[in-house]
Design a protein around this ligand. Structure first.
Ligand code: AP5
Ligand code: MG
Length: 225
């Protein structure tokens, strides 16, 4: 397999976390990292990073670009993914044009620049319906009371620990998050379109989106990139 260094983009609730889990079941050699999961873990640990993140997340605001770039760079270094061979998928980073520039400056010296960007394009009215039913585990595992319910109500399938509602999943904050996403989308899309790595996948359900995502990714890892 050719190394895949991929970004999955999409509005809040578009299914980035859910589709990443499905994809990694098919292609377990890909590592993944979600910026939101890292921040929620730091919040749960009560660390300085977590304290700083909390106020932004609860308002639905984006954290400062440089702060996020440093956080993700540290994670990539710690995981030892910065080489020309490792395949990884980033969920939730970059999400501004400046973050994309910062990321490129970290990856290029290691011959590991992004070679695929997927935008999940799901209608906002579909998304809003999903969020009311979302419950999560601190590991990042995501459930939906209708679509993929836990085996035991409100308990994580793997650990049995309680699930919780995200503090930013109330209707007011969610609207702010959606607006911020669409405000930042165009510069990011242009940035990666110019690099020739941008693919948009549209649809209302995972049954439609997942096969398209999987075949795009499989074609990429089998091609000469
Ligand atoms: P983050 O955690 O990244 O949240 P997000 O981008 O808002 O996206 P979500 O995690 O809400 O949605 P998702 O697309 O993963 O959907 P999911 O799979 O859960 O970021 C949170 C916050 O952290 C930001 O607001 C910001 O403050 C900060 N932050 C993070 N990264 C940052 C950065 N780079 N710069 C600055 N700040 C940053 O699916 C949603 C629900 O739908 C689930 O319940 C799921 O089960 C269900 N579902 C999924 N697919 C389907 C389907 N096909 N049918 C029915 N239900 C479905
Ligand atoms: Mg997510």
């Amino acid at each position: 397999m050719n190394p895949l260094r991929m970004i999955i983009m999409g509005a809040p609730g578009s299914g980035k976390g859910t589709l990443t889990s499905k994809l990694l079941k098919k292609l377990p050699q890909i590592h993944s990292l979600s910026s939101g999961d890292i921040l929620r873990r730091e919040m749960a640990n009560g660390s300085e990073i977590g304290k700083m993140a909390k106020s932004y997340i609860e308002r639905g605001d984006l954290l400062p670009d440089k702060f996020m770039a440093n956080l993700i760079q540290a994670e990539l270094e710690q995981q030892k993914w910065l080489d020309a061979k490792t395949s990884f998928l980033l969920d939730g980073f970059p999400r501004t044009g400046n973050q994309a520039i910062e990321l490129e400056s970290v990856l290029v010296p290691h011959n590991s620049d992004i070679n695929m960007v997927i935008e999940l394009d799901v209608p906002p009215e579909v998304i809003l319906n999903r969020i009311a039913n979302r419950w999560v585990h601190i590991s990042g595992r995501v459930y939906n009371l209708e679509y993929n319910p836990p085996k035991v109500p409100f308990k994580d399938d793997i650990t049995g620990e309680p699930l919780f509602k995200r503090p930013d999943d109330n209707p007011e904050t969610f609207k702010v998050r959606l607006d911020k996403y669409f405000a930042e989308l165009e510069p990011l899309r242009e940035y990666y379109e110019k690099k020739g790595v941008y693919v948009k996948v549209s649809g209302e359900t995972s049954d439609i989106i997942f096969p398209k995502l999987l075949s795009a990714v499989e074609a990429k890892v089998k091609s000469g990139l």
